[in-house]
Design a protein around this ligand. Sequence first.
Ligand SMILES: [Zn+2]
Length: 60
Amino acid sequence: MVDPTSDLGEDVTEETAPRCAVCSEPIVSEPTHRVLTRIEDGSVSTTHFCTSACRSEWDE
Ligand SMILES: [Zn+2]
């Protein structure tokens, strides 16, 4: 019996995956995954994007 949600061999599912900040798609080992890390008020803020296109849309 194979669990269909764990066939990637990782603990990332659509429920635990980060969401794209622009289109809200869950990011499950996307090869085009982009991460923006900033320091805000002394703590680290991480923003995820599914593609570089969403990443550049965020900048506008
Ligand atoms: Zn996106």
